[in-house]
Design a protein around this ligand. Sequence first.
Ligand code: ARG
Length: 456
Amino acid sequence: MNTEHRVFNENLSAAMRMGEDEAIRFVDWVRGAAPYFHAFRGKTFVLAFGGEVAQGELMEDLCHDCNLLAALGVRLVLVHGSRPQIEAEVTRRGLASRYHNGLRVTDEVALECVKAAVGVTRIEIEARLSQGLPNTPMAGAFMRVTGGNFITARPIGVVDGVDFQFTGTVRRVIADEIAADLDQQNVVLISNIGVSPAGEIFNLAMEEVAEQVAIALKAEKLIYLCDAPGLLDEQGRLIETITAEEAERKFNAGVGLTEDLHLFLPRAIKAVRNGVARAHLIDRDKDGGLLLEFFTRQGVGTMVARDPVHRLRQAGTEDVGALLQLLSPLEADGTLVRRGRELIEDEISRFTLVEHDGMVVGCAALYPFPEDGMVEMACLVVNPEYRRAGLGERLLQHISGDARSRGFKALFVLTTRTEHWFRERGFHEASPDSLPGRKRDLYNFQRRSKVFLKAL
Ligand code: ARG
């Protein structure tokens, strides 16, 4: 047997040893990720990380993941920082660092340290990105890494009486040139330095460079790898998705922000307000974090989103399959009355759907009883994986609003299992006699559903 065959057979048996559950999960996973493969092709991602990541243990895996993204047709810009490397250089030379407001004051000697440290960091990242050993995810995939004088800078100047000297701020991003490089299928690597028209070099904050690059390139995503899993709520739970407005409120409240979040969150907010669709804050110590964030719907970090991830819309005939999928587990366990494809097809126009990134994850139907001035809300269902997002609430509000605007006076539901949910939302129990006549005739006494009613 030649080596190629042997390896193939070993792989085959490894795949079979996967076990059925694992194999099913794998296939589900790839299918679940497929919409994102399509969505990301040709889109620009700006990935920002500090010098800690560049010199850390996960850099190699990060390069593999970048390689994968590039292979999927993502236009990739990497922006790196060099703070620990600069720090080490300063110490090596027996000097001391000076900071003001979390920003280095770069005097002439410090600038020498910056140049040395940035140079070394950049070369090392390039080297990592250029690996291609057989048997690694980089095998056979050459990533051409380019960079250049894409960032012009100006001095920050004097702030609070402190002269920042060679610490600068971004003056302009030469976006056309970066885009031209990306058009050539290069990965663009940008360092945290910029040059002034007079030829002076400035030390820049990598988070600002990344934000400015993302805005100038009209990137789809700006991603910061940071020292925290993401933003946490008051209970210490991860906030998966947040709007720029909410994020700003969190930032101003200022509680529980790590050093990185403090620096990166305002940048993420600004980017999203200036056209970047999504900014992501991801744990830099989590191997595979990028893949989990990009290729699952929930992600692993916090996403600051320009547009709402959830969208309500009217169902159409093309949604029948998705609806059946959503309802069938609940019909199977008796929570809902079985409807069947034909009935759903007939009644499709009564359904409102809620989508998450284009996938149907919840629904509710409205049945009017105009002769009694009442409407029924039926089939309120949210996919269990999305139960924390308040989608049931949104569907209820939507249906109530719709009914109210059409002049109905009361909304009722029949439920066997979720009465507490309706009670908490202002419904009260009523007798089956209070139902509209037409509904009363259909009332299924065997199901012993409870009737809950709310005035509109
Ligand atoms: N995979 C999708 C994307 O990259 C959604 C990620 C959602 N992430 C989150 N933290 N809520 O756009």
